[in-house]
Design a protein around this ligand. Structure first.
Ligand code: SF4
Ligand code: SF4
Length: 304
């Protein structure tokens, strides 16, 4: 099982409701997207399939004729003249609604459709570069309902009256770890529900870390790093670890919302001198998780 498979498996493990909507992928977030395919100009050359390392594409031996009826032939024609003739012929013969998908006879080259597997695609663009007919585009949406499928709600759990949230907090060692230390030195009172994990930079936290925590019944995951524009490894570059992680966390928040785990991650910043702010971040997030209640994953874990 590769890293992508593992991540998707974790998402399926933590899903407590069937997702209904695709999720928008923020501009800076790479590796997630949807391949849109225009069958009309496809010459079934298979170049995209050969270019796709994760094997997210395959040749479907059918041709969906209604797609060809909808095609508009540009004034300078299609690059593939065979395909242009087929579209012209079909449009001359039939009205939309009367035609359906047809099977391509075994071994007939040049005909067929591209099938795309949402759960294998890493949005690398290689198929788009390989396609000479401009049939493929990458859209910044993540087809969550297709990837997760139907979800059975987990068994409900009994919440004991002395339940306290368990929160995992990733802190960067350049700033937020010092802010946490300062909060201690200042004898500030903040909830002891967090367990901190020190990391070099917020950018080092991978989705796998967050999903593994949630998969194991953690009630909430907090990430705190340097102030925006003050990342020790990227400064004010839009590609600095903390800038990048804000976009990633926004994406994962939307994904978690769709699968019934909304509100259980939060990202914030506190510089080394901001002990009070760090204590406030922890207090606010702990209150939020207290209101949400224990992770519904605990029901699944109890059964296991
Ligand atoms: S974007 Fe990359 S992974 Fe996705 S289908 Fe194209 S080549 Fe395959
Ligand atoms: S989508 Fe493009 S590269 Fe893929 S089979 Fe069709 S024409 Fe060839």
């Amino acid at each position: 099982m590769d890293k992508r498979d593992q991540l998707i498996q974790k998402l399926r493990n933590i899903a407590v409701k069937t997702p209904e909507n695709d999720v928008e992928v923020p501009e800076k977030v790479e590796g997630f997207g949807t391949i849109e395919y225009g069958a009309q100009t496809c010459s079934a050359c298979k170049k995209c399939i050969l270019a796709c390392e994760p094997a997210a594409l395959d040749m479907d031996p059918t041709m969906n004729l209604p797609d060809y009826l909808k095609a508009t032939i540009p004034h300078d024609g299609f690059r593939s003249k065979n395909r242009e003739s087929l579209v012209t012929l079909l449009q001359g013969l039939r009205e939309e609604g009367n035609v359906v998908a047809i099977s391509v006879p075994d071994g007939l080259p040049g005909y067929g459709s591209i099938a795309w597997a949402a759960d294998r695609c890493i949005a690398c663009d290689k198929c788009i570069e390989a396609c000479l007919e401009d049939c493929l585009t990458l859209e910044k949406t993540y087809k969550l309902p297709e990837i997760i499928g139907e979800v059975k709600p987990p068994p409900s759990i009994t919440v004991s009256k002395d339940w306290e949230p368990f929160i995992l907090c990733f802190v960067c060692w350049e700033c937020s770890h010092a802010a946490a230390d300062l909060a201690g030195l200042m004898h500030l009172h903040y909830p002891t529900n967090i367990r901190t994990i020190r990391i070099p930079c917020l950018g080092a936290v991978e989705p796998m870390h967050i999903m593994t925590a949630l998969e194991n019944g953690v009630d909430g995951v907090l990430l705190t790093g340097c102030l925006l524009s003050e990342c020790h490894y990227g400064g004010d570059s839009p590609k600095a670890g903390n800038f990048m992680q804000y976009d990633f966390v926004k994406f994962w928040m939307d994904v978690l919302e769709e699968i019934g785990m909304g509100g259980r991650i939060h990202i914030d910043s506190a510089s080394a001198a901001m002990g009070i702010k760090f204590a406030d971040i922890v207090k606010e997030f702990t209150e939020k998780i207290q209101n949400l209640g224990p992770s519904p994953i605990r029901g699944k874990l109890e059964v296991r």
